[in-house]
Design a protein around this ligand. Structure first.
Ligand code: ZN
Length: 87
């Protein structure tokens, strides 16, 4: 039972690699806007690099977008990429 729980929690659902707990900066796009969240608890797969965020953490991110007060706002440079052949 303990092993089962451990496996469910700490193995990547895509590749079966080992997950490690970490904190990340998460980018969330909503309605054409980009929101940044720092210090978000997540698990990262050591094999394929996939990032896993718990459902309750995503729910809190949605709540912060609706009701939270950002610590600061930043300007984001936007570019149109031009292929080398068109430059
Ligand atoms: Zn993986």
């Amino acid at each position: 039972m303990k092993t089962k729980l451990h496996r469910k929690r700490m193995l990547c659902a895509i590749c079966g690699g080992q997950l490690r707990k970490t904190v990340i900066t998460h980018e969330e796009k909503r309605g054409g806007k980009l929101y940044l969240f720092r210090k978000v608890p997540a698990k990262v797969c050591g094999a394929c690099g996939e990032i896993w965020i718990a459902g309750e953490t995503l729910a809190e991110i949605s709540r912060l977008i609706r009701e939270g007060e950002p610590v600061r706002k930043i300007e984001t440079p936007v570019y149109d990429f031009v292929p080398a052949s068109a430059r």
